[in-house]
Ligand binder design. Structure first.
Ligand code: PMP
Length: 404
């Protein structure tokens, strides 16, 4: 099926907002869901809702099989070696916190350094700040250039044998920049550092192969890949996951419990305490299958066309500057307009049924770097159309006329 036909599979895109057809350009925050994902959730609750792993009855067996099938789908989607390396979490945020809490507490000591970048989402800053404070370790930051790229020279200068971890975003949620993660990972490994890649924005746009990339950890969220909220993934290399201390204690993560001593379960269950988010995890597979069927190459081509078109149209607007003009970008464009607050643009666009995101996008240090309070961000998904960009540009021109 052609990419443009897939739009029909997203029922929400039929709705009206403020008496206008919805134009949804807030895909970097969360993507909309195809009918197959919505149906799969309902099917789970209508047909085989049960707790997993422990039951011997039919429903429990069906739910367990579906849950583990989702783990296999994730393994294949990101090119992991084994399902033992796939831990289900609540999202990217929880996945990063899991690494900080377990690997971090076991491996980072006083005086060690953790290297992040100037374009990180707060969820890839704050967990490391908490860890550094606790361990008296040092957080260092790879600077961002005027174009919105990472300074690789500065990165190489910051790297040393003191660096224990490099934690960087694959695709910036504020600028769209695609970072050269292969190069970063190779350099980090040369000094013996581990690397965590925040894939919250990349999993939906780029081909992910964690083995080729050779990252040590990779995190992403279900809700940004056309799947449900409340489920995410932490990939970790098996040898690291095996040695790390446990995260939360409770049911399922144990082998044997006595009051004297508890032994822990094998991978990946060791990190999945308690009843997980069964329904949403099962349906994550439906979303990943949907992407695979659409074809990542086709999706990228379509989204690249949308990005190029939107960029050209935006650049023609007087007083408007695009924030982040990296050579490699995912389908996201952030901008500011001289003398106009981003939020005012967002509110007036919403009055025309156009959904964009405004503000700091959970990247306050990056906004500070560019000396701006925030941006207007339009981010595109496979179902967006060139005509929607025309509606958006016309709406923006009208908005600016009112505000300027
Ligand atoms: N990192 C990046 C780059 C993101 O865009 C987001 C979501 N905005 C996150 C991390 C956090 O993801 P979640 O809120 O799904 O945990």
């Amino acid at each position: 099926m052609a990419i443009t036909d897939l739009r029909q599979q997203f029922p929400i895109l039929q709705r009206m907002v403020k008496d206008r057809p919805l134009v949804y350009f807030d895909n970097a925050a969360t993507s909309q869901k195809p009918q197959c994902v919505i149906d799969a959730l309902s099917h789970y609750y209508s047909h085989y809702n049960a707790n997993i792993h422990r039951g011997i009855h039919t429903l429990a067996e069906e739910a367990t099989l579906a849950y583990e099938a989702s783990r296999i789908a994730v393994k294949e989607f990101i090119g992991a070696d084994s399902t033992e390396e796939i831990i289900f979490t609540r999202g990217t945020t929880e996945a990063i916190n899991l690494v900080a809490y377990t690997w971090g507490r076991a491996n980072v000591q006083q005086g060690d350094e953790i290297l992040i970048s100037g374009m990180e989402h707060h969820s890839n800053i704050v967990p490391w700040q908490i860890l550094c404070e606790e361990k008296q370790a040092i957080l260092k930051v790879i600077p961002v250039t005027e174009e919105g790229e990472l300074s690789l020279e500065a990165f190489k200068e910051l790297l040393s044998i003191k660096t224990k971890l490099v934690a960087v975003v694959h695709v910036s949620n504020s600028l769209g920049t695609i970072n050269p993660v292969n190069e970063l990972i190779t350099a980090a490994h040369l000094v013996g550092a581990r690397v965590l890649i925040d894939g919250a924005q990349s999993a939906v746009h780029l081909d992910i192969d964690v083995q080729k990339m050779d990252c040590d950890f990779f995190a992403f969220s279900g809700h940004k890949v056309y799947g449900p909220t409340g489920v995410g993934v932490l990939y970790g290399k098996r040898e690291l996951l095996q040695d790390m201390p446990v995260f939360q204690g409770g049911g399922e993560m144990i082998k044997e419990v006595t009051f004297e001593r508890t032994t822990y379960n094998d991978l990946p269950y060791k990190y999945e305490a308690g009843t997980p988010n069964i329904a949403d995890t099962i349906v994550l597979k439906t979303a990943l299958d949907f992407i695979q069927q659409a074809g990542k190459a086709e999706i990228r081509e379509h989204e690249a066309m949308l990005l190029a078109y939107a960029t050209t149209r935006l650049k023609a607007i007087p007083g408007l500057s695009i924030v982040g003009e990296a050579k490699a970008k995912a389908s996201l464009v952030s901008f500011v307009v001289k003398g106009v607050h981003p939020q005012d643009i967002g509110v007036l666009l919403d009055n025309m049924g156009i959904a964009v995101r405004t503000g700091h996008h959970c990247t306050q240090p990056l906004m500070k770097r560019f000396g701006i309070p925030g941006t207007v961000r339009a981010s595109f998904a496979l179902y967006n159309q060139q005509e929607e960009i025309d509606v958006f540009i016309a709406g923006l021109q009208k908005t600016l006329k009112m505000l300027q």
